[in-house]
Write a protein that binds this ligand. Structure first.
Ligand code: BUJ
Length: 651
């Protein structure tokens, strides 16, 4: 590790009174893993390139419930022509290309390009948020204390990662014995060229760890037509935003020692005391702009002599947003973390840790560099470390005041930059007022019940959404469920298409033909749905969906300058990719809430969580009436499913 001994000396050399008694000697790391962080990376399996026949079959199965009979026939013909013609040729090229690039996956490059080429603002449209539970000890939730503890834990995570002692991400089928020390030791002795297989035989699935490279010191840089990802791992400063002002201070020394927590706290106090008024032209608004507009404004900023300040923002380890207001209730909390008021955010940062005045804390992250799995892992460590080994405690009051070490970034703003900020602000304010977020809970059953009924909890949640959408929109609508493919080298995500023919049959039976079916028949329909969804989920997690593959073939055609195959000009292709319902789930003991914006103007963004005894989701939409009505439909659907499972006829 980088200077563990030196680190100890550093801590001891300081004023002994400053070192709180709860600190162990390894306070520069979240833990020391027996298995090196990147132990499995080399031997991770490669994401398979599906064959075209399979993808077309899966695609058509997903199109079926969305199209009328005559529309479907057209789509089927286009798909089959593609499969036997140009698709075949593209596939050959894709497979060849994939063979040449065995260090990565076929989707990694195209998917990153997809993100970076999108021109819509990233706020709401792309950046998701995740909110930590509060510290169980209420006195640790005071803003500066929580911020300091979270920042120190984040720095320990960074150090562990960079010293290859962060536990690798592993999905354990059998958590109990697989997590044992002995097993880990055994795995750590395997050479990296075969280590993955060792884990695999014990039903432990190591996950790709490549995304963490961009977790720290990274920003998305706006450029005309396509943004860039920028990282400077050498930078040692933290960026802090307060009332739209920017502050930086070094938080690591050259050998990776974390600044003393009391000093971090003193710096944060200093920043808090600096100024109570909001910056006149908060530049953060620019990061809420259309990406080309922002790229042009950024050029002006650089020309006007702001290179150094901008560089400090881009290269900072991460951004800490110290908000000046208290959170009032759950929707306010979601709004705060998803978009806030704009002025105290820098949405281009790989992630921003946001701490409200009452200590509620969460993360807003830029999505191009990585997916939910990596961010959730990071948050779990943050939560565990900051609550179990807090760097500062309520009773450790000694403050080291060193105001000179905090630099407030200065900017030269000419008229046109000021105008750009004003316009960005107007657009953003309009958008954030339009967006609605509401949480929903269903308490009659949860995971345990569904498993006991021999069904898949995820499938049942998705079915409830399908029934609700059918009630609300009067038809089956394009639906997306995100599924990680992190089990593969440089895997990202695959789509599960929950709007299946079985979901449609269910919806018709529960809604259109309500009360025409016996409880047994309805139960059978639910079972079919659950079984098929589970199958799709398994396929997707194995990289055997159709979405990414068809996307990659299209990307390849475009990048070769080929004319766009007719298959992709089919309105049905656009339609299935116009996801009215976009969903994503996670299961984590440290996360209170999370979510993301709708991906189309008339859509819903549904983040959900299936707990042992209840189900919760957090839903976004642009029209309040839609949102309220959808949630009512969702409640009705859950009740219907529950009634049928309990053997009661529909009410
Ligand atoms: O699929 C992808 O490639 C990435 C997706 C894109 N999209 C969001 C559009 C689906 N990105 C993710 O899935 C990351 C999302 C991370 C946020 C997930 C939030 C889930 C937390 C819900 C907790 C709700 C509990 C409510 C209790 C009342």
């Amino acid at each position: 590790g980088a200077g563990a001994g030196a680190a100890r000396d550093y801590w001891r050399s300081g004023d002994q009174q400053l070192v709180s008694s709860t600190w162990d000697l390894d306070h520069h790391y979240v833990h020391r893993s027996v298995i090196p962080t990147l132990h499995f990376q080399q031997s991770l399996p490669r994401l398979p390139v599906p064959n075209v026949e399979d993808s077309i079959k899966r695609y058509l199965a997903a199109q079926k419930p969305l199209l009328r009979e005559n529309e479907y026939r057209i789509t089927e013909k286009l798909a089959k022509d593609f499969k036997n013609g140009v698709g075949k040729k593209l596939q050959r090229h894709l497979v060849e290309l994939d063979k040449k690039n065995s260090h990565t996956s076929y989707i990694s490059g195209p998917w990153l390009d997809m993100y970076l080429s999108a021109r819509d603002p990233i706020v709401i449209n792309s950046n998701p948020f995740l909110i930590l539970k509060r510290d169980p000890q209420e006195s640790y939730n005071r803003q500066i204390m929580r911020a300091t503890n979270l920042v120190v834990s984040a720095m320990k995570f960074l150090n562990s990662l960079r010293n290859n002692i962060l536990e690798p991400d592993i999905y354990f089928v059998n958590p109990e014995w697989n997590k044992s020390k002995k097993f880990k030791r055994f795995l750590s002795f395997l050479p990296t060229s075969v280590s993955w297989y060792g884990a695999y035989f014990a039903e432990a699935y190591p996950l790709d760890m490549s995304q963490y490279v961009h977790l720290f010191n990274s920003s998305r840089i706006p450029k005309q037509d396509k943004d860039q990802l920028f990282s400077d791992p050498g930078a040692r400063h933290l960026l802090v935003m307060r009332n739209g002002h920017f502050y930086v201070f070094n938080i690591l020394d050259p050998i990776g020692n974390i600044l003393h927590p009391h000093e971090i706290r003193a710096h944060l106090i200093n920043i808090l005391q600096d100024k109570e008024t909001i910056a006149e032209y908060p530049l953060g608004y620019l990061t809420t702009e259309n990406r080309n507009t922002w790229a042009a404004a950024r050029e002006q900023l650089l020309k006007a002599g702001n290179e150094e300040s901008i560089y400090k923002i881009d290269s900072a380890i991460f951004c800490l947003c110290l908000d000046s207001f208290r959170i009032e209730e759950s929707s306010h909390l979601s709004h705060c973390m998803l978009h806030g008021y704009g002025y105290n955010r820098w949405f281009d940062k790989s992630f921003s840790l946001i701490v409200a005045a009452n200590g509620d804390a969460g993360i807003n992250f830029e999505h191009s560099w990585g997916d939910g799995i990596a961010v959730v892992r990071f948050l779990n460590e943050l939560y565990e470390n900051s609550t179990k080994h807090p760097a500062i405690e309520p009773r450790s009051t000694t403050a080291v005041l060193s105001p000179t070490n905090v630099e407030k970034l200065a900017f030269h703003l000419n008229d046109s930059i000021q105008t750009a900020v004003t316009i960005a602000r107007q657009k953003f304010d309009k958008k954030r007022h339009e967006l609605k977020v509401k949480p929903f809970e269903f308490r009659k059953f949860g995971k345990k019940y569904v498993i006991q009924e021999r069904m898949s909890p995820d499938a049942i949640f998705q079915l409830a959404c399908q029934l609700a959408a059918y009630r609300h929109f009067g038809k089956i609508v394009p639906t997306y469920e995100s599924c990680s493919t992190a089990g593969f080298k440089h895997g990202r995500t695959e789509a599960i298409r929950s709007a299946t023919i079985y979901a449609k049959q269910c919806a018709e039976a529960f809604i259109r033909d309500r009360k025409k079916h016996s409880v047994q028949e309805l139960r059978k329909l639910i079972n079919n749905c659950s079984k098929y969804h589970k199958f799709l989920q398994l396929e997707a997690s194995l990289g055997a969906g159709f979405d990414r593959h068809l996307f990659a073939l299209r990307y390849l055609a475009e990048s070769r300058g080929d004319p766009l195959p007719e298959f992709y000009q089919d309105p049905a292709y656009d339609y299935i990719n116009y996801n009215i319902i976009s969903t994503s789930t996670l299961n984590s003991p440290s996360i209170l809430l999370g979510g993301f914006g709708p991906v189309v103007p008339d859509g819903l963004g549904i983040g959900y969580h299936i707990c042992d005894y209840w189900v919760g989701c957090n839903v976004t939409a642009y029209a309040e009436t839609d949102l309220d009505e959808f949630l009512l439909c969702l409640e009705g659907s859950f009740n219907d499913i529950f009634d049928v499972c309990e053997g009661r006829p529909l009410q």
